[in-house]
Design a protein around this ligand. Structure first.
Ligand code: GTP
Ligand code: MG
Length: 624
């Protein structure tokens, strides 16, 4: 009888990109990721709603699907939840089929299929604002009568846009009580399949559609999907992004930097010389400051990505890249996971669940960590800002922005190359199945979504700084400070520390690629999070150069490294299998230590090779 105490579960089921997550967020006040392309949600999420009648309901947001005949992992999750097949979990008492009101054909088919599951079902015609604006005339009563289920309109992104749905949930649960038996579903037989084809007839009876497709979308797509203009647009967008990262972010970065410099000077005045001052100034402030300063750049990049996602551009980019990706043996559906990996490889690797074929998915997982995740940004920009002159080339391109663009391009090109190679070596006769992607209509970006997305990015970054990075800083400071140097020691005290000993042990292996022991030692804690390497360099050099106390790490680096070393470190970072959490997720998603080890090994080999070649080429050109 314990079940009575638990609120009923209500599941949101629907085609990809129909606005389930937007609806879920609106109803539960959550902030799950919403974007205008199919396949955003790959996991179920649960939240609580209280209906107008005061009924508490547990709402579940699910990955999008076209049918219960699931193929990919994300669709299987949806099917199993809908049917209540997961052990130890309640069966949903009510299904809400969420449909994009401007795109009802497949949605009605799904609704008819869901009806066969035999539990209460409501059809929510979402994006009703867009449908009305474009001139759709939808007869809700007729639709409801034809389908034999309640039908409501909804606008997930507008205040009050979910009222009808909430009221109907109250009614349905109130009038029918709560059935709890397991849902039933089986592969439809021929007669049942025919019954589902009624969808088209129902659609014709209840919906009058505008004559043509969305004209704004059509006009934009004429440029954006054009074989030549489309690629030019894509490149221009990427390019603008990296220019902005280096120009817009300068002012706030300067502010943060001088804030930390002020703090560091102040603490030097109020605290006496000693280990506490060293810990706070060289460990905490130098270390964290050298990482936090990159927040504006990270947010600038994400501002663009979030805007494009909400507008509906990303699916077009996937479409444009399909040929190239196919040539490299990647499935068209790999685009979005790879794109997500620009934020972080972890959500990217999870997003590969939308790829049905095991090999296609594995290939994508293996190359996702080559995409330039945001944790590389601090490393890249630190070195670029220090070593690449800040000038414009060809009129108005910033040279620093160009180099950054080049590093991102290197990540993408190597991912394609590696995938191509694996496809030839590992599974020679692999042919991917055809790529079907619905191109959503463009939508005006919801600024609130973008703002919330940025806020979340900032939170993630600050949380990392406060936990992983901070605790690593404590360790690094400790390693750099013990044992203390003998009082008559010539040279900096750090040369006697444990850190120096670790670095010097690694040095013979990494000397050929141009790294000094300070870099070597920074790479180790970089396994916890890539940015830590920057923070570690901040600390190592702060402790080492107690007297030439330059408050800017970049300037210290130019004094200690050759250009060749700096370039080699950049090359290393394009490939290095850093960050243990990524390896953890690869292990979980592939369910194989073998592939995880393979990933680590091949990336490490590439990193070493790339750094080696870069270093020697640079030395040869006189940059040693
Ligand atoms: N104008 C308008 N836009 C909406 C509405 N509902 C959702 N959107 C937008 O539609 C896009 C897709 O919304 P999501 O909530 O991510 O869709 P989803 O069904 O969760 O998609 P998947 O997780 O990929 O299956 C986003 O850009 C939303 O902002 C609506 O009622 N009106
Ligand atoms: Mg979603």
């Amino acid at each position: 009888m314990s079940e009575i105490a638990l609120p009923a579960r209500v599941a949101l089921v629907g085609n990809p990109n129909s606005g389930k997550t937007a609806l879920f967020n609106a109803l539960t006040g959550s902030r799950q990721k919403v974007a205008n392309y199919p396949g955003v949600t790959v996991e179920r999420k649960e939240g609580v709603v209280v209906t107008p009648a005061g009924l508490a309901v547990r709402l579940i947001d699910l990955p999008g699907t076209y049918s219960l005949r699931a193929r990919s992992l994300d669709e299987i999750i949806t099917r199993d939840i809908v049917l209540g097949r997961l052990a130890g979990e309640d069966v949903p008492r009510l299904l809400v089929c969420v449909a994009d009101a401007t795109n009802l054909r497949l949605a009605l088919r799904l609704a008819l299929e869901l009806k066969r599951v035999g539990r209460p079902l409501i059809l929510a015609l979402n994006m009703f604002d867009i449908a009305r604006h474009r001139g759709f005339e939808i007869d809700l009563d007729r639709l409801s009568a034809e389908l034999g289920i309640p039908v409501v309109s909804s606008v997930a992104v507008r205040r009050g846009g979910t009222q009808n749905l909430l009221a109907r949930i109250d009614e349905v649960i109130g009038e029918r009580g709560l059935p709890s038996a397991e849902g039933t579903w089986s592969e439809p037989n021929a007669a049942e399949l025919r019954a589902q084809r009624r969808a088209d007839r129902i659609l014709d009876a209840a919906v009058r559609r505008p004559a043509g497709p969305d004209s704004f979308t059509r006009r934009v797509d004429r440029v954006v999907l054009h074989p030549v203009l489309g690629l030019v647009t894509l490149l221009a967008i990427l390019f603008l992004m990296f220019q902005a990262v280096f120009t817009w972010a300068q002012a706030p970065m300067e502010l943060i930097r001088s804030g930390f410099a002020g703090l560091s000077a102040w603490i030097g005045v109020v605290l006496p010389q000693g280990w506490l001052l060293s810990f706070l100034r060289d460990g905490v402030i130098s270390g964290l400051g050298s990482v936090l300063v990159f927040l504006p750049q990270i947010l600038t990049l994400f501002f663009f990505i979030l805007l494009l996602e909400d507008f509906g551009y990303m699916a077009r980019a996937a479409f444009l890249m399909d040929r190239v990706m196919g040539g490299a043996g990647l499935h068209g559906r790999a685009f979005i996971p790879l794109l997500s990996s620009f934020a972080c490889a972890i959500p990217g690797i999870m997003a590969t669940r939308v790829i049905a074929s095991r090999r296609g998915r594995l290939a994508t997982i293996l190359v996702a960590p080559l995409m330039t995740c945001s944790a590389r940004i601090p490393v890249y920009t630190l070195i670029i800002a220090a070593f690449v002159p800040s000038r414009t080339v060809l009129g108005w391109f910033s040279l620093q922005g160009l180099v950054m663009f080049g590093l991102y391009a290197a990540g993408i090109v190597s991912a394609l190359g590696v995938s191509w190679l694996f496809n030839r070596l590992l599974w020679r006769r692999y042919r991917s199945d055809p790529f079907l992607l619905e191109l959503p209509d463009y939508k005006r970006p919801v600024l609130k979504n973008v703002a919330l997305g940025l806020l979340q990015r900032a939170q993630i970054f600050l949380r990392r700084a406060g936990t992983t990075i901070f605790s690593m800083m404590v360790v690094i400071w400790f390693l750099c400070s013990v044992p203390p140097a003998p009082s008559d020691a010539p040279g900096p005290a750090i040369n006697y520390s444990l850190a120096a000993r670790i670095g010097q042990t690694m040095e013979p292996v990494l000397r050929p690629v141009g790294f000094n022991w300070q870099i070597d030692v920074a790479l180790v804690p970089g396994m916890a999070a890539r940015e830590v390497a920057v923070a570690a360099l901040g600390t190592v050099y702060a402790i080492e150069g107690a007297d030439d106390n330059s408050d800017e790490l970049g300037r210290t680096l130019t004094a200690h490294w050759s250009l060749a070393t700096a370039l080699a470190l950049l090359a290393w970072y394009v490939f290095a299998p850093q960050c243990a959490s990524t390896l953890g997720v690869v292990r979980r998603e592939t369910n194989s230590w073998k592939w995880t080890g393979f990933l680590f090994g091949y990336m490490l080999a590439l990193a070493y090779l790339a750094a080696l070649l870069t270093y020697h080429a640079a030395v040869w050109f006189g940059a040693g």
